[in-house]
Design a protein around this ligand. Structure first.
Ligand code: CUA
Length: 166
């Protein structure tokens, strides 16, 4: 009689399998937390626009800063090869800015230096992100998505003025 061989997983193998399962659970929890708890989401249909007509009417027809009062500002910005409109923004320290940015041609990027603001700017979508800036100074914003020969010249400057102005 032949003995039935006993199958036993090698302890190392078993531990790596457990470890892999733990990683999966941690990642799934992270995605769930980001999506449901922190509100991270890709722009949906509500943020969809027609890049050919988005500057004809509505907020993107007149890009710039809107003072909402109480230190809150909306910034409507249009990205095109190879400039941001507006190119210069000035707000007082302690302001909360909500950027609404869209592209009218190709994919661009929007990164506000020394902050967590970093977005893709895609034609047909409005990218939105808020930031509160307490520190006076100048914050350059740059296009970080290669968009053609003028890419390196695509930037602007956000100035945060000390309370009470200069
Ligand atoms: Cu726009 Cu690079």
């Amino acid at each position: 009689m032949r003995e039935t061989p006993e199958f036993e997983t090698d302890p190392y193998e078993r531990n790596w399998m457990r470890f892999s399962l733990v990683i999966l659970v941690v990642f799934a929890a992270g995605v769930a937390l980001a999506g449901f708890g922190l509100g991270f989401e890709v722009p949906g249909e509500h943020a969809r626009v027609d890049p050919r007509t988005v500057t004809d009417s509505g907020p993107f027809a007149d890009p710039g800063v809107r003072d909402l009062g109480g230190g809150e500002y909306d910034v409507y910005m249009v990205a095109r090869a190879w400039a941001f409109d507006p190119r210069d923004i000035t707000v007082p320290a302690g302001s909360t800015l909500t950027f609404h940015i869209t592209s009218v041609d190709v994919q661009h990027g929007f990164k506000l230096q020394d902050t967590n603001v970093n977005m893709q700017v895609v034609p047909g979508q409005v990218s939105t992100l808020s930031v509160t800036l307490d520190e006076p100074g100048t914050y350059p914003y740059i296009c970080h998505e290669f968009c053609g020969v003028g890419h390196a010249a695509m930037f602007g400057t956000l100035t945060v003025e000390a309370e009470g102005g200069e």
